[in-house]
Design a protein around this ligand. Structure first.
Ligand code: PLP
Length: 341
């Protein structure tokens, strides 16, 4: 397979059209067979439910080349499960798990020429999504849906090493109690666009969101879960019903306990105790872990002892172990690596 002529280290995180995408249609209460198609454009009615009432959810995962030359992706079954949960909350039909994983594999294989080589740091980002497509004007769920998967090559998240970032505490809330914070819905991102632009205008890389009911507990950022390391090397991650259950974070908790022998705790984390932690990181598919060196808020700032030059030592071990598992350098737990080719 001839790879595309792409400068893998320079591409960044943007959309690049690839050759094939997967489409399945839901109509009259059932999904059709689904197929790979060439057309990257979608034609829909002006009154489509997704356009009027934002009935849409998505997933995100990556395919990449391992050290021994296989093309694989990481725990796609968990993306399938999470999309089922998102769809249930949005009154959308569920897309069967086995078909989801099969479709991910098909679309990656069809775009094999865009899967970056081992060692480039680049990956093929995979975006499954579903939306209500028939006209809806009285507020109700659509009757017809499209499930799609496209892929786009993305560059290494960190060019020249992972430098710790400075984040701020948002004055806005991300998700209401008993709202939709725990599902991967486009609507959670629409309302985060203004806060993140404000954060960027003020010189911060990300927003930390607090629980909206009391604004005393840490939830997550717009698109990544928090991990904290105590001074005794315990791994702590916030617990809340409105945090999106990150697959990266859940995997890192297993890595911490089973591979590194660390104590792992999921509990409510109060903003007031952050100053006592030794390290802080943000977890998600895109970066695996982004180290946080500093948190700025209205009345002051928190500087983690790990500093602004490099990842803290435990964060680094977590990062290296999980990326080692993903790239085939370290043996993976049963079922974590889905071999595509
Ligand atoms: C997608 C997402 C994450 C990260 O989840 P991963 O499965 O690790 O990629 C975290 N928070 C939010 C709000 C997200 O949408």
């Amino acid at each position: 397979m001839e790879k595309k002529d792409i400068n893998w280290s320079e591409i960044g995180f943007g959309y690049v059209k690839t050759d094939k995408r997967y489409v399945a249609n839901f109509k009259d209460g059932a999904w059709d067979e689904g197929a790979l198609i060439d057309d990257d454009m979608i034609l829909m009615n002006e009154c489509a439910c997704v356009l009027q009432y934002a009935q849409t959810c998505f997933e995100g995962l990556k395919a990449y080349t391992t050290e021994d030359g296989h093309i694989v992706c990481f725990r796609p079954d968990l993306n399938a499960d999470r999309m089922v949960d998102s769809c249930a909350r949005l009154e959308m039909p569920k897309f069967p798990k086995d078909k989801f994983v099969e479709a991910v594999k098909q679309v990656v294989l069809a775009n094999e020429a865009y899967v970056p080589p081992y060692g480039s740091g680049a990956t093929l980002y995979i975006r499954p999504y579903m939306f209500g497509i028939n006209p809806v004007i009285g507020v109700k769920p659509a009757d017809e849906y499209q499930f799609r998967i496209f892929t786009t090559p993305v560059g290494p998240y960190f060019k020249g090493g992972a430098k710790p970032i400075t984040i701020t505490v948002s004055d806005f809330d991300r998700a209401a109690p008993r709202g939709t914070g725990h599902i991967k819905a486009g609507l959670n991102y629409a309302m985060s666009l203004h806060p993140i632009m404000e954060a960027h205008r003020n010189g911060f890389a990300e927003n930390m969101y607090l629980d909206p009911a009391t604004r005393s507990k840490v939830e997550e950022t717009g698109g990544a879960n928090f991990l904290f390391i105590t001074k005794d090397n315990e791994v702590v991650t916030p617990k809340s019903d409105s945090i999106l259950p990150s697959i990266t974070r859940r995997s890192l908790m297993v890595v911490a306990e089973k591979y590194l022998g660390l104590k792992v705790t999921q509990r409510e984390v109060y903003f007031d105790e952050l100053k006592d932690f030794a390290e802080c990181g943000l977890c998600g598919t895109a970066a695996v872990i982004s180290p946080v060196g500093k948190i700025c808020y209205k009345d002051g700032e928190i500087n983690f002892p790990s500093g602004m030059d490099e990842m803290g030592p435990i964060t680094k071990k977590l990062y290296e172990t999980l990326t080692g598992i993903q790239m085939g350098r370290i043996e993976a737990p049963e079922g974590w690596i889905e071999v595509i080719k």
